[in-house]
Design a protein around this ligand. Structure first.
Ligand SMILES: *[C@@H]1O[C@H](CO)[C@@H](O)[C@H](O)[C@H]1NC(C)=O
Ligand SMILES: *[C@@H]1O[C@H](CO)[C@@H](O)[C@H](O)[C@H]1NC(C)=O
Length: 272
């Protein structure tokens, strides 16, 4: 391997091994990279008293409990019988309808916010599985039912071709029109900044105010700690956080609470 190539790869490799270690030891520590929350745990059978229902009914209930953050260990340990349901939801009209509804509610709320005009009225977006969808990647991993390959994930990120969720792109542009400072807090690492910026632009997102990534100093933080840290930093900088828009509850709790939170649907994986 040429020296320049190995230098380039070094941060990714060390990131990979650290994430991997955290994952196999089932540590609660998560690295601040998107990859760390792309590690679905193995699905398993559950004795949850609901076996009598048809899969569609059962899996609707299961998904509702995940989205409302009530699912407990069923959030990470997805029921095996819902594998097809998750695929159908993610590839069909289900997530489209839900994300349209969510964006509609978010815009209605956004219109009630007084924009001061000093550029500090902020709307915080999560990145992966909220603005961008990694669905083409997850197809190879049974929509979260098969353990992901992190090397392949980093390759996918470098391709910068993750599509936008149409409802999120539309909302993003409407918020920009309204005068919000658009802030993206990503669980990806700084090493992925340039690919991520390219991807956002490819997918139609422009004009963000801040795009924040996990940094070296954040290594070892859980995702919720990382997101809280970034939000507190924003508040110190004078931003008023009016809303959170994320596919993970861990990004919607913690300190520096925004006025309102919007949970974007994601039955594929759960970050504790
Ligand atoms: C993971 O993906 C990389 C890159 O695509 C590939 O070279 C490697 O063989 C894969 N590892 C496994 C265990 O499948
Ligand atoms: C919503 O997002 C903001 C910004 O990410 C964050 O500070 C907050 O903790 C999240 N949740 C709530 C309830 O505000």
């Amino acid at each position: 391997m040429a020296p320049s190539a190995s230098l380039l790869l070094l941060p990714l490799i060390s990131l990979f091994s650290l994430i991997f270690t955290a994952a196999v030891s089932e540590s609660t520590i998560q690295l601040p990279t998107a990859a760390s929350h792309h590690l679905p745990t193995a699905a398993s059978h559950h004795h949850d008293g609901a076996v009598a229902y048809d899969d569609d009914v059962y899996c609707d209930s299961w998904r509702l409990s995940v989205e409302t953050n009530n699912a407990g260990d069923l959030a990470s340990n997805k029921p095996l019988r819902c594998r097809q349901y998750v695929e159908d939801y993610m590839t069909g009209i289900g997530i489209q309808a839900d994300s349209d509804m969510l964006a509609y509610a978010a815009l209605a709320y956004a219109k009630t916010v007084d924009i001061a005009g000093d550029g500090k009225d902020a709307w915080v977006f999560d990145l992966d599985e909220t603005l961008l969808t990694n669905l083409p990647y997850f197809r190879d991993y049974e929509f979260g039912y098969k353990t992901v390959n992190l090397t392949a994930y980093f390759d996918w990120v470098e391709m910068a071709v993750a599509p936008a969720f149409p409802a999120s792109l539309k909302l993003y542009n409407e918020l920009k029109e309204l005068g919000f400072a658009l802030i993206i807090i990503s669980g990806r690492g700084e090493a992925q900044r340039s690919a991520t910026e390219r991807n956002l632009v490819n997918a139609g997102f422009t004009g963000w105010d801040r795009l924040l990534f996990g940094e070296k100093a954040d290594t070892g933080l859980q995702m919720r700690e990382l997101k809280s840290k970034k939000r507190l930093q924003l508040v110190k900088e004078g931003y008023r956080l009016h809303a959170n828009y994320s596919h993970q509850w861990c990004s919607l709790v913690g300190e520096a609470m925004a006025t309102k939170s919007f949970k974007f649907p994601n039955p594929m994986y759960y970050v504790p």
